[in-house]
Design a binder for this molecule. Structure first.
Ligand code: MCN
Length: 789
């Protein structure tokens, strides 16, 4: 066994999973074929709200090659109701959520029947032979109208479109003072309403499911983020014994929260395989995905910020309407609540009130999308800080500095009741200003304004923090979430000295195999290439809570570290026995146990072999060098950063160009800088897309009019600027690695930076807001409304 020369942690290693991913030498769910495999296609409702008066499947069933056709009525006894794991209040209202609609459809795209055929083409052809009669019902599409008195109802049985009202008040919670008083006493009030448009996760690999019913065991492959949660939820929903169900998430081509779901299609494929005793496969088309996979965001934010004329913020009131869509999916109702703790961001104002009304509409259900609740909150507060600065004629960075928590005040308990572990907003901002040439660009902005250029320069700021590492089980319990937030890991030292790491975090693009290998290589003193990371199969990694909420490193990798500690502790006992010394006399470094003060040593690989041979083990030692550990942190981690964006806005056309984008993130200790940069870049792309390009639009009949990539504008690399990234490193105090999550940082931070920059470019022309996405048409219209010519 040779020790690694330089530490692995901190090295910019190319990801070990990339070669197979980019050369196609892997197995995506849709690549799977099994003997006798049947193909599944779903018939989806064109109507957004209707009673199903009849479904005639006779012709479809008679089509050669069709094996079966099922409607909601056919599966009514088995399909159960799709789970909502987050009843945010005890009174939360949730309608039954069938996988196949039984008597009413509540959004356009809801599945009403399924065809199982010998080929995919036949299955799709047969869909056209199913005759469904719909009796249209009144539509509920607009959030504000949905909560008005006398509104039509999505689910008349509930008697309301309000699913839940969730309130946090700092005076009541004892975390701060009364926001009403802060508003009454304010010298300045900034009142704004912002719309978080509906987005679609639009992962690269569409969803796909294969189910193989062998005997009484069901194996499901699914392009999912959550094999463990899926297995449990499918077992409960379909009454399938949990131990007879195995879920495998092979390589997954992205999820971004969109595959944190128990989908109707997974349930129906399982039921179809059960009924027919044959393997089945379903893979969606892109337009099917845009229509029926859950959407994200879609909130209306009514905001009141109270401040003094010197720029000190004294309180914030947030009133949200959050669009649930037609049903509550897995964590739909909790998404806005995740934002509730982040509206105060990095600032220490004393009074805060948050009230959120979760509302049903006749649209595709919403649920987690990268950042889930926190991008919305960050957008609101960072936009408000710019508006306050403009109102007071102050520099927006100065207003932020006046209000932020300083580095010597950590740990800091916020007005929302969160205790921030660590941070240094001053350092990140100083570095970002340098890289950006803040003063130089401000000077250029003044010159352009003075000259009356047709292309104006704007500077946008976002000094964000986020709550990530979704974990502490006791906190999740206090928020009524249905599960815990721990993570599990196992380490197996093989007799040859190689190492298998089993992790419950099921990666779908994040590079866990590389990062976990780096951590374990350093800890056990083995070469990076000697570590294999196994995940994403409930029979291999039996326990886990999967990947979302930027939790994998700060929870999942810490479980790995804890398992490694147990391996070392056991190896130490064996080493002491082998070298006939006391355990305390041994030091462990670089994979070697050395008797202190001597050159007598044994490598951990030799110990693994000796344990395997089991010829001479200390009393009570089992012949394996394996261990397991579960980690449940005490707190979240709170990464932060300063993002600065310069935009050039053409005042004649409304065209926006990002001239420069600088971000200095602080994600504590970095395991792999290359992965972290990649995560930031991807996150920035999604945040910029919300600011400039993407929006899911429904017409007045509830039809999604952005149902293809021609209309739903996902930016390509060519649409994005070069990102200048850097980091400061303030270790987290909530885990032994000192690391904080990075998976959502770019998305959370960047949207307000871009929009602030656009407004900053044209504020002097009478523009104070532009709804997202800030398309040329919207920017131009705002300029016209502002009085520009
Ligand atoms: N990392 C690191 N040093 C740090 C922090 C993280 O080296 N200080 C590395 C980790 O080792 C891991 C990666 O960065 O390899 C992301 O870690 P983490 O922040 O813990 O986030 P998760 O692994 O839990 O990933 C979830 C997060 C979320 S919530 C979304 S949404 C998202 C994202 O990750 N979706 C993604 N990144 C994605 N990347 C891809 N390619 N595809 C998606 O669907």
């Amino acid at each position: 066994m040779t020790a690694t020369a330089e530490p692995e942690v901190g090295r910019a290693r190319a990801r070990k999973e990339d070669a197979r991913l980019i050369t196609g030498r892997t197995r995506w769910t849709d690549n799977l074929t099994l003997p006798g495999l049947l193909h599944v296609a779903f018939l989806r409702s064109p109507s957004a709200h209707a009673r199903i008066t009849s479904i005639d499947t006779t012709a479809a069933k008679a089509r050669p090659g069709v094996i079966a056709v099922f409607t909601g009525a056919d599966l009514a006894d088995e399909q159960g109701s799709l789970p909502c794991a987050w009843p945010v209040t005890a009174e939360q209202k949730a309608p039954p959520a069938p996988s196949l609609a039984v008597d009413t459809v509540n959004f356009a795209g809801e599945a009403v029947a399924v065809v199982i055929a010998r080929s995919k083409a036949v299955a799709h052809d047969a869909l056209e032979l199913i005759d469904v009669d719909y009796d249209d019902l009144p539509l509920v599409l607009d959030l504000e109208s949905a909560v008005a008195d006398g509104a039509d109802l999505v689910h008349p049985d509930l008697g309301t479109n309000k699913s839940a009202v969730w309130i946090f008040d700092s005076a009541e919670a004892g975390t701060g003072s009364d926001v009403g008083a802060a508003i009454a006493d304010a010298e300045v009030l900034i009142e704004r309403t912002y719309r978080q448009q509906r987005l679609i996760p639009a992962f690269m690999e569409p969803r796909s499911v294969v189910v193989d019913p062998t005997g009484e065991q069901y194996t499901m492959w699914s392009s999912t983020q959550i094999p463990h949660i899926l297995r449990l939820m499918l077992a409960l929903t379909t009454d399938t014994p949990e131990h007879k169900l195995r879920v495998i998430a092979p390589d997954v081509g992205g999820g971004f929260g969109g595959k944190l779901q128990v989908t109707p299609e997974e349930v129906v494929c399982l039921l179809a395989a059960k009924r027919l005793g044959k393997p089945v496969k379903w893979t969606e088309s892109r337009s099917e995905s845009l229509l029926s996979a859950h959407h994200g965001r879609d909130q209306l934010q009514k905001l009141t910020l109270a401040a003094r004329r010197d720029g000190t913020v004294t309180g914030l009131k947030v009133e949200l309407l959050a669009d649930m869509g037609a049903y509550l999916r897995l964590v739909t109702s909790g998404v806005p609540i995740l934002g509730a703790f982040m509206y105060n961001a990095i600032y220490k104002f004393p009074a805060y009130h948050f009230a959120c009304t979760n509302v049903f509409t006749n649209k595709t259900p919403t649920d987690a999308y990268r950042g889930a609740g926190r991008p919305e909150a960050t957008f609101a507060i960072e936009r408000l800080m710019d508006e306050l600065a403009a109102e007071l004629d102050m520099d927006p960075l100065e207003v932020r500095e006046k209000n932020w928590i300083t580095h010597d005040e950590f740990p800091f308990t916020t007005v929302a009741g969160m205790t921030y572990d660590s941070g240094n907003y001053e350092a990140a901002t100083t570095r970002a200003k340098e890289l950006f040439d803040y003063d130089g660009l401000r000077a250029e902005q003044r010159e352009r304004r003075d000259r009356g250029d047709t292309v104006q320069l704007g500077i946008g700021i976002s000094t964000f923090t986020e709550m990530c590492g979704l974990a502490p089980s006791r906190v999740l319990g206090a928020l009524s979430y249905g599960a815990g937030g721990w993570e599990h890991a196992a380490i197996r030292m093989l007799p040859s000295g190689k190492v298998e790491v089993v992790t419950g975090s099921s990666a779908h693009g994040q590079g866990h195999e590389t990062a976990w290998s780096q951590i374990v290589a350093d800890q056990l003193g083995v070469p990076f290439d000697s570590v294999e990371v196994l995940h994403g199969d409930t029979q291999v990694a039996a326990k886990g809570m999967d990947t979302y909420g930027s939790r994998s490193l700060t929870v999942g990798a810490i479980a790995v570290l804890k398992a490694g500690e147990k391996v070392i502790a056991k190896a130490r006992r064996v080493a002491a026995h082998m070298m006939e010394c006391a355990e305390d006399d041994l030091e462990f470094a670089g994979g070697q146990f050395t008797v202190k003060g001597t050159d007598k040593s044994t490598g951990i690989g030799d110990i693994a072999l000796a344990v395997f041979a089991a010829h001479d083990l200390p009393e009570g030692i089992e012949p394996t060098l394996d261990s397991e550990a579960t980690f449940d942190p005490e707190n979240f981690s709170f990464p932060h950063g300063t993002h600065l964006c310069a935009t050039e806005v053409d005042t004649e056309t409304g065209m926006v160009k990002i001239r420069k984008y600088v971000c200095v993130d602080d994600v504590g200790k970095v395991i792999n800088p290359l992965i972290v940069d990649g995560q930031v870049h991807g996150g920035l792309a999604q945040g910029l897309a919300q600011a400039l390009y993407e929006e899911a639009i429904h017409d007045e009949s509830g039809t999604l009019t952005t149902g293809t990539f021609v209309d739903y504008l996902v930016p390509s690399a060519a649409d994005l600027p070069t990102f200048i990234t850097d980091r400061t490193e303030t270790p987290s105090t909530t885990n032994p690695l000192g690391a904080k999550g990075v998976g959502e940082a770019g998305t959370i931070a960047s949207t307000p930076a871009v929009v602030n920059a656009i407004i900053d470019a044209v504020r002097h022309l009478g523009v104070t807001d532009i709804p997202m996405p800030c398309t040329p048409m919207r920017v131009w219209s705002a300029l016209q409304a502002g009085g520009a010519r």
